[in-house]
Design a protein around this ligand. Structure first.
Ligand SMILES: *Cc1c(COP(=O)(O)O)cnc(C)c1O
Length: 388
């Protein structure tokens, strides 16, 4: 196929040239001063990037690794947790917690809605003996496109006077939403390199509150490789990673942080993501005026700025997804859970500008036209939204 591919799935995302080029360097002495300076410069910026983390730890792992690391560092064996099942990723996290011997209390969430803070409030209020040690929430549920209201979840903990930790999977929102961790009273915020951070998969990050750091030092479950305690005040760079540092990833991370700074910081990046999300929402609404297309998330306040899930009514959404990929080189995500085959997902996060977004939306609309699927003029609506 001629021309370039448009990666508009909700991860992995586009990798900017400067990040890609940062990988192209020979191995360095990880005990030497040059590398120590690089690592220090990255770690120096991370607390602020997390909106006031007390410490940030990093694993050379995918996001699933940060899930496990967080569970075993912050929870005693068999601890009870509360984790709303707001979509596929939350459900998998529940499974992992149970596999590790924790007792996950979950409850079903309408896939068109974010987790209801009132339900969390009720369950915390019912737990008068404070058996629940942590509330875990997916900030953006990548499988449905919902955005959880973290302030309202915090409020539920405060109103009930419940001491549980508040742990947030921000893997699909980090770098696309501004998450003021200390202001929101979050104890752990999880991120991964291949979503909003514009890198390949392979680095996961966890921002921690002072309380979480204390628990990781003195409590938790049996663990060795995942243990954070030595990572907080490392004597050698080696200790930050529990082994050989992923050197090239760190050079790439430096390049990604420089791009974020050049755009005006993480809040400016979040503003761009919100603008792009709005353009996608207007596009889908316009498609839907003359077709079955519909935004999965009903409440506009609960729509993520990083990913949009679009329902296709009775039409087979996979046919559209495959047409877009194989004919026009536009990669989008499929529907998940009961939306399999009945929805597709557009990732609009990371390294992206208006023409790239329009290109992807245009490719999807062209696929609809080529397949003869009914739709209104979506791209025109996107241009209007972006021009505003
Ligand atoms: C992508 C994603 C994950 C999993 O991350 P991996 O790097 O694939 O392990 C977990 N949670 C959310 C919300 C995600 O979007």
């Amino acid at each position: 196929m001629s021309g370039r591919q448009f990666i508009q799935s909700p991860g992995p995302t586009n990798i900017p040239d400067s990040v890609l080029e940062a990988f192209r360097r020979p191995a360095v002495d990880f005990g030497g001063p040059e590398f120590a300076e690089l690592v220090d410069s990255v770690f120096h910026e991370l607390p602020e990037l997390f909106g006031g983390a007390h410490r940030v730890v990093m694993h050379p792992s995918v996001g699933h690794g940060s899930w496990e690391a967080t569970l075993v560092n912050l929870l005693e064996p068999g601890a009870r947790i509360l984790l709303p099942a707001s979509g596929l990723f939350s459900m998998r996290w529940v499974e992992m917690a149970n596999d590790l011997g924790f007792r996950a209390e979950s409850f079903p969430v309408d896939l068109r809605r974010a987790p209801d803070p009132a339900e969390i409030h009720a369950r915390l209020a019912a737990d008068s003996s404070h058996e629940i040690k942590a509330v875990l929430v997916a900030h953006v549920e990548t499988s449905t496109g919902t955005l959880a209201d973290l302030a309202a979840v915090r409020q539920a903990l405060d109103d009930t006077g419940h001491p549980a930790l508040l742990v947030v999977d921000a893997i699909a929102s980090f770098g696309t939403e501004w998450i003021p961790m200390s202001e929101l009273g979050l104890d752990a915020v999880l991120a991964a390199s291949q979503k909003g951070l514009m890198m390949p998969p392979g680095l996961s990050l966890i921002g921690l509150s002072e309380r979480a750091v204390e628990i990781a030092r003195t409590g938790g479950s049996p663990r060795s490789y995942w243990r954070w305690a030595e990572r907080f005040e490392p004597k050698w760079t080696y200790q930050r990673f529990g082994g050989t540092p992923p050197e090239q990833h760190l050079y790439a991370f430096r390049a990604a942080l420089d791009l974020i700074a050049a755009e005006g910081g993480i809040q400016a990046v979040a503003t761009r993501h919100r603008r792009f999300a709005t353009a996608v929402h207007r596009t889908v609404e316009a498609w839907g005026k003359e077709g079955p297309w519909e935004l999965n998330v009903t409440d506009p306040a609960e729509r993520a700025s990083s990913v949009t899930c679009i329902r296709s009514g009775d039409l087979d959404a996979d046919t559209l997804r495959i047409e877009a990929r194989d004919r026009y080189n536009v990669v989008i995500g499929g529907g998940m859970l009961e939306l399999a085959g009945r929805a597709f997902r557009i990732g609009h996060l990371g390294d992206l500008n208006e023409p790239m977004l329009l290109g992807a939306l245009g490719g999807i609309e062209l696929s609809m036209a080529h397949l003869g699927l009914p739709h209104g003029p979506g791209v025109r609506a996107a241009i209007e939204a972006l021009a505003r």
